[in-house]
Design a protein around this ligand. Sequence first.
Ligand SMILES: [Cu+2]
Length: 206
Amino acid sequence: MRTNCRKTMIVPLTAFSLLSLGGAAVVSAQNLEEDFATATAGAAAAGRAVLYSCDIPTNRVGFGYLQERPSEEGVKAVDIYLRLYANTGITRGKHAVHIHETASCNPCGTAGGHFDPGPNSNTSPDGNHPFHAGDLTNITLDRQGRGYHMVTTTRVTLSDGPLSVFDEDGSAFIIHTNPDTYCPEGEAAGCAGGSRAACGVITPYP
Ligand SMILES: [Cu+2]
C-alpha cells in the first residue's frame, strides 16, 4: 500500500479526458440527476456531492461528481468534476480543493482533516500536506465567483479497497477560502487553503 501511495499522481484533465466524461462541460444545475446519469454511464463506480456554503449552510453553491475507470496499467483512476455557481459569496481566484476524511458538513469543520487512509495515516491539513490521499488541485473562480474544475487522481478509489472514499465514515469535498500553496516548505499554518468556504458529502451514485 505504501508503494502504491508513492506511485500515485494528480493530473489536470486534458481535452481528451474531458471527452471521456461524456459531456461534463454542459452539466446544468437544472438537470442534475439526468446529467449525473449521462456523465457516469459506464463508469466502474461513481459518486456525487452537492456543495453547500460553510457560512450559510442552507445555501447550495455547487456540485461535484466522480467516476472511476481502470487505467491501462490496472490502477484505478478517478475523474473528478466540480462546479461552483456564480454569486455565492466565494471570491474570484484560486481555492484549495480536497477530499476530507469524514462525510459530514454541519458544520464544515466536522469533515475533519484530509482523507489519508493507511497505516501511516496523518490527516493534519498543514502537517502532512500535500501528501494526503485526498489532496487535489486548486479550482479557479471567475469574477462572479463561478468556476469548474476537472482533475484526475489515482490516490483514491470509489470502488471497495484500502483507498476507497466510501470507507466507514465516508468522505466530503472541502473548498477552502484561500489557494492551496501545496506547502513547498513543509508544515506552515494555512498553506493548505486556510478556512473552509464550501463542503459537500460524497455519496455513491446511483
Ligand atoms: Cu481541505
